[in-house]
Design a protein around this ligand. Structure first.
Ligand code: ZN
Length: 113
């Protein structure tokens, strides 16, 4: 499962931050996940729950923010939000969209002690 390896890499990223910055517990984490990243949020939350056990993130609250992609519709010459790759422009339905961003997953914030 793709989300399980994502969860593992998030925890190991946080662990290396902990070593560098000298904190020993994480109370909360905020993740930003692009709408086009192909991540199942429920599966990721479940995987994190498993992977975080017996780590410095045990019991931490996980907050997830979805980030829509930005698109430029060539048909209506407007900037639009893109939530998936199949629906086209939310205003006119055209598929002449230039899409940027929205495919990343990053750790936005950590609350530590
Ligand atoms: Zn359009």
């Amino acid at each position: 499962m793709h989300e399980m390896s994502l969860a593992e890499s998030i925890v190991s990223l946080v662990e290396s931050h902990a070593e560098a910055e000298g904190f020993s517990r994480v109370k909360a984490i905020w993740l930003e996940i692009g709408e086009l990243a192909g991540v199942e949020v429920e599966a990721l939350t479940f995987s994190l729950d498993v992977v975080m056990r017996e780590s410095l993130m045990e019991g931490a609250q996980v907050h997830i923010r979805r980030q829509p992609a930005q698109g430029w519709c060539l048909a209506c010459s407007q900037a639009v939000e893109v939530r998936d790759r199949v629906s086209g422009c939310p205003l006119c339905g055209s598929h002449q969209l230039q899409v940027s961003g929205g495919d990343a997953l990053r750790v936005a914030e950590l609350e530590v002690e």
